[in-house]
Write a protein that binds this ligand. Structure first.
Ligand SMILES: [Zn+2]
Length: 88
């Protein structure tokens, strides 16, 4: 394999910045509160019916451990769901 010469890309600060942005984008290990709220019912279903855990489930679980607000909201949702299940 012949290497192309004369294609030296300058690895300046611009390039480094792009790499940092890419690294940030690929950090999908944390959800924001909005995403958690959107998917909270799926998570409740998983908890109540011991459903299959997905990547999203794990991410929500992780967020609930870190975020008091969402954890509280989830507690309320779970309580409401449990109460409605008892009525069925
Ligand atoms: Zn949150």
């Amino acid at each position: 394999m012949k290497m192309k010469t004369g294609m030296k890309m300058p690895l300046g600060s611009k390039h480094a910045k792009i790499l940092v942005l890419m690294a940030k984008d690929s950090r999908e290990d944390e959800l924001d509160c909005e995403s958690v709220a959107e998917n909270m019912d799926s998570y409740a279903e998983y908890v109540l019916n011991s459903g299959e855990s997905s990547r999203l489930i794990l991410l929500i679980e992780n967020h609930l451990k870190l975020c008091k607000d969402c954890a509280e909201e989830f507690k309320l949702l779970l309580g409401a769901l449990k109460a409605s299940e008892r009525l069925l």
